[in-house]
Design a protein around this ligand. Structure first.
Ligand code: SF4
Length: 233
């Protein structure tokens, strides 16, 4: 695995490639981001952003959401998928915030992960973006990109979070998560576009391809192009 200095340099380089890196969920406060992040499971940020304006008008805070009727709430969030489980989680989350935290979202990992529907990833998103507490959320993009580059070495999100957090100063945790997610969505996709990547010279995956002499993914002479050329002969 790479040194902390190299990890930091790579995140800084990626942040220059993606200066707009931030959560794409729309929110105005920690309560809204928490609810939006719960809704984003198995969905897309774009779809969630279509649902939340009306949802937050109807339920502007934890007190209002705690008294929601499940069937009414389900109808409002149906397009985000898994709407029954999500409605149950949202109401349970709101009730616990009202009952145990006076209606305010707790700025604490342990308290957040005790809320229904909230795992470490969701908690880190809310801590880092809405509560001013450094948090490094690890989703499938962070897992894939960090392992390919070699700044993490595990398929366990908790271990990857720990490896990245150890290598980076607290102040970079949220940024690191945001840039790795965006890089995974735009460039280091399952089928990566390496020729457009600003950190390819330091990437273990890219180097391994060079060692075996393969044409690089995303290049005009990449494997898919080569296959297509063979087929047409
Ligand atoms: S060089 Fe390729 S595999 Fe490595 S991080 Fe960039 S896009 Fe991903």
């Amino acid at each position: 695995m790479k040194s902390p200095q190299a990890t930091r340099r790579i995140i800084e380089t990626l942040s220059r490639q993606h200066p707009d890196a931030d959560t794409e969920l729309r929110y105005r406060n920690a309560f809204e981001l928490l609810a939006a992040t719960i809704l984003s499971a198995q969905s897309t940020d774009e779809r969630v952003n279509l649902v939340t304006p009306a949802l937050f008008e109807r339920y502007p805070d934890a007190q209002a959401l705690a008294t929601a009727r499940p069937d009414e709430l389900e109808r409002q969030i149906v397009s985000t998928g898994f709407f029954r489980q999500k409605a149950k989680a949202l109401i349970g989350m709101a009730r616990q915030i009202v009952g145990e935290h006076g209606g305010a979202v707790p700025a604490d990992m342990e308290a957040l992960t005790r809320l229904p529907g909230v795992g470490r990833k969701t908690a880190n998103v809310v801590l880092g973006h809405a509560l001013g507490v450094p948090g490094l959320a690890v989703d499938r993009h962070v897992l894939r990109v960090s392992n390919r580059i070699g700044i993490a070495a595990s398929d366990d999100p908790v271990k990857v979070e720990s490896q990245l957090c150890k290598a980076l100063p607290d102040a970079m945790w949220t940024l690191a998560s945001d840039v790795l997610i965006l890089h995974g969505r735009r460039i280091c996709r399952p089928k990566p576009l390496c020729e457009r990547c600003s950190v390819r010279r330091e990437c273990d995956y890219y180097r391994s391809l060079q060692r075996v002499g393969r044409a690089l993914p995303g290049s005009p002479r990449g494997p898919d192009k080569a296959r297509a050329t063979r087929r047409t002969k």
